[in-house]
Design a protein around this ligand. Sequence first.
Ligand code: NAD
Length: 425
Amino acid sequence: MAYIEPAPIKDKENPLESMMERFNIAAEKLGLSEEVYNVLKNPAKQVIVSLPITMDNGKIQVFEGIRVIHSNILGPAKGGIRFAPDVHIDEVRALAAWMTWKCAVVDIPYGGGKGGVRCNPREMSKGEIERLVRAYTMAMIDVFGPDKDIPAPDMGTGPREMAWLMDEYSKAKGMTVSSVVTGKPLVLGGSLGRTEATGRGVMVTALAAMQKLKINPFQATCAVQGFGNVGSWAARLLEERGLKIVAISDHTGAFYNENGINILEAIAYRDGNNNNLEGFAGGEKMLDAGDLLTLEVDVLVPAAVEDVITIHNVNDIKAKLIVEGANGPTSAKADAIINEKGIMAVPDILANAGGVTVSYFEWVQNRLGYKWTADRVNRRSDRIMKDSFEMVYQASQKYDVPMRIAAYIVAIDKVAKTYTFRGGF
Ligand code: NAD
């Protein structure tokens, strides 16, 4: 088979550059030393492997597998594994760095990592995917480890793949090592509360921000883009706390109801409709799904994909508060206009960190050999999310910067101080 060059990222801001733009502003505000700056702008480890797999037709196909550890100064690296046709080293590097900042913002003892395999899981059989997961695990056997690098699911992977990864790693080590990976099925040591954790963190940080902005949840309206795990849980939990969710969307379209969409009905509809909202009758279908982002609402939750708030639509945004459920929904170039308009944006590295927080709890429980109740998981993650929000808010006041830069400041400061104490270079 002909070698195919990784696809360049077209029509998108380069995610690494987008991240570095924010990093640079925060580093300057902090007065970060040049030495530490140079350490942090480069990933600690980058591994690229070739994975030859026997396909169901008997032919061997070679896949590219990537794992990047951006930093492991705060603890073992943590980050998901993405199976997608357009996986690119730049994207994986950016996502690995994002994980460093995210873990540091919520103060959990992890560094940042990310992995990817360039493949199209939708076109592969279960057996082919299993062989690929096992080959990737073996290729990374010296990279992964409960005290070194702990993967998790990301786009295109889920509990099933994590179970195979845990099994393959355990076989190689000659013992069951549950804590090498998180996002496992419950029966294999997954944590209660993990499924809703990211949406729950979005809800907690949204309410904390609304308190600062003096927005009464019982009089507030909200639009949520994306109705998968994060979007539907965020919508459901925000609705439970009094907000009127006037619009929701997924890749099939957006739905608007000025009286509020019944989120439990929408979830039930999606679950019985091949996991999408097409044909949902609980709201009027919007002519252009992108218009959801520019609705006159108090709170906007982008919880689908990256780069949806850009210089092309940011001027039309009317929400007072944006809470980023997705990773990278706002392009760096749109930041300045959001700030000029006085919109508070709770950034991804804070707003969606509830997921990694409960992944951390999964790892803690695996190491303890003990299972916590859902109530304990939720209480502890809510506390972490609330405290982290407050810390970022205080930094935004102290440095007179928007919440996004404040989150980077909190994170970079923590990582930089750790480097300074540990020394060694
Ligand atoms: P998911 O696959 O469960 O859901 C994605 C949703 O977005 C689906 O409803 C899909 O139809 C919709 N969507 C896709 N393209 C869209 C578009 N152009 N317009 C509107 N909707 C669109 O994924 P998820 O786990 O909910 O993740 C969503 C985002 O949150 C991603 O950016 C992910 O990286 C981020 N995130 C997820 C977690 C987690 O724990 N799941 C944690 C942190 C960050």
